[in-house]
Design a protein around this ligand. Structure first.
Ligand code: ADP
Length: 452
């Protein structure tokens, strides 16, 4: 038996389980309704066509008998020999008849066992009958038309009563032809049984399938939900660190009776550092959330990548972290390359990658930024001779708050949002961002952007 720990995180989540059950209930309800209505319609259609076939058969036999007998009839209310010729085995009232009529056929087509034919005069007096009708049938009526009647066992019969006329056009007598509806009723009973057994069985299968389908449908929703939960937890964690540091600094100062101006200076700059970190983090989160809502950039400026890269390399070279690392730009394009987009965002994208390369490259290393053209695209490579990234981390480094090694990244002050922001900016500019790296042998990030 599967234990609770074997179940997936989605199955352990009460909210998702409840929603899944509701969704499955809806699916099953709708499917059940469709199935029931289809079953009912199919049943009605089958019953209707079968009924039509029964009536058609009765109609054609009564019509044939009517057309065969009528031209030959002469005397009203008299059973004439021609009737006995057409229907051999006809039992005339008042004479003794053998009971072998069960095996005879009406017009040589239909077994008389299912059919009966009765002749009666205009006052309703029985003249003759073919095949003894089932006991308990209501007496013949002198009313023309179709009827459904029951014998005393409750079995149903369908009959048609016709007034036959003599050759001269005067009324002769009534002819009544009936047939048992047993076969029809049995057929319908079988159909009803099939529906009664089949529908609940199908409903069980629909229920199972609905549960499974609801699970499938919920999976992407649960995945996003889990990501949001993780993101919120990570964001709260990252925000807590500088807030806790500020609080600790303030409490330490409050506990101290008097502070020298040097100590005040130190305390304030520590608070400013943490505040800066907090502000940067909030800004990053806001940027990501804005980019989530809008998948494309607002501003459509023409940006010259050659200038952008040269300026960035120049300004970043003077940074403290770049001092012991050689940072160079190689512009391999023959002419200036322009892309359309938000210049600030593009600058942020390239800066993030260069700062990362500088941060993860030991002193004495080299970071090279190369710009080249490939058909209709501009390629920007940021290559370093740094620590590199193991292949199992290469896909995950673009996730929000993902850091290869928490300790080292914390040392560099990064929250793990730099590459997530870079990826979001590249995608908003219809470009792509890839990484090639080997642990210990440096990394190469490549930005591909469509040219103007
Ligand atoms: P952080 O702000 O922590 O640098 P990023 O999203 O920019 O976050 O990077 C995610 C992780 O990817 C970093 O923690 C680091 O381990 C790894 N990384 C990014 N760039 C490089 C690089 N050039 N060399 C080695 N590792 C890198």
């Amino acid at each position: 038996m599967a234990s609770a720990t074997d179940s997936t995180p989605m199955q352990q989540n009460k909210l998702f389980n409840r929603t899944r059950a509701q969704l499955a209930g809806w699916y099953a309800g709708v499917m059940g309704l469709i199935l029931s209505v289809s079953g009912l319609v199919a049943y009605e259609m089958l019953a209707y066509t079968h009924w039509q076939a029964v009536e058609q058969e009765l109609k054609s036999i009564s019509g044939t008998l009517h057309d065969t007998l009528e031209p030959k009839l002469q005397r009203p209310n008299q059973l004439e020999p021609v009737v006995k010729q057409v229907l051999p085995g006809l039992c005339v009232v008042g004479t003794s008849c053998s009971q072998d009529t069960q095996s005879r056929h009406v017009l040589g087509i239909v077994q008389t066992g299912h059919y009966y034919v009765r002749f009666f005069d205009q006052s309703g007096q029985m003249l003759a009958q073919l095949s003894s009708p089932p006991p308990g049938l209501p007496p013949p009526t002198t009313q023309e038309g179709w009827q459904t009647i029951r014998d005393h066992n409750g079995s149903r019969y369908r009959q048609v009563t016709l007034l036959l006329k003599t050759a001269t056009g005067g009324p002769w007598s009534y002819m009544q032809i009936g047939r048992s509806l047993q076969e029809f009723d049995d057929h319908l009973a079988t159909l009803r049984l099939l529906l009664a057994v089949g529908l609940p069985l199908s409903m069980l299968m629909v229920g199972g399938a609905s549960w499974w389908l609801a699970g499938l449908a919920m999976q992407p929703v649960f995945h996003s939900y889990a990501q949001i939960q993780q993101f919120t937890a990570d964001a709260a964690h990252e925000l807590r660190t500088p807030i806790a540091a500020i609080r600790a600094t303030v409490e330490a100062v409050l506990d101290t009776d008097s502070l020298s101006s040097e100590e005040v200076q130190e305390t304030l700059s520590a608070i400013a550092r943490q505040n800066h970190r907090l502000a940067a983090l909030v800004q990053d989160l806001l940027l990501l959330s804005r980019m989530d809502q809008k998948k494309s950039v607002d501003r459509h400026q023409s940006c010259c990548l050659n200038d952008l890269i040269s300026d960035l390399v120049e300004s970043l070279s003077v940074l403290e972290i770049a001092a012991p690392i050689q940072l160079t730009a190689q512009i391999r394009a023959n002419e200036p390359l322009y892309v359309t987009g938000d210049e600030n965002q593009l600058s942020r994208l390239i800066a993030n990658l260069i700062v990362n390369a500088l941060q993860y490259t030991p002193n004495g290393g080299i970071v090279t930024v190369t710009l080249e053209q490939a058909d209709t695209h501009a390629l920007i490579h940021i290559q370093d001779t740094g620590i590199g990234i193991a292949s199992e981390h290469q896909l995950r480094i673009f996730e929000r708050f993902y850091r290869v090694s928490g300790d080292r990244s914390r040392q560099t002050g990064g929250a793990g949002l730099g590459l997530a922001i870079a990826k979001a900016i590249v995608e908003a500019h219809q470009g792509s961002l890839k990484v090639q790296s080997e642990l210990g042998n440096g990394s190469r990030f490549t930005i591909c952007l469509p040219l103007e």
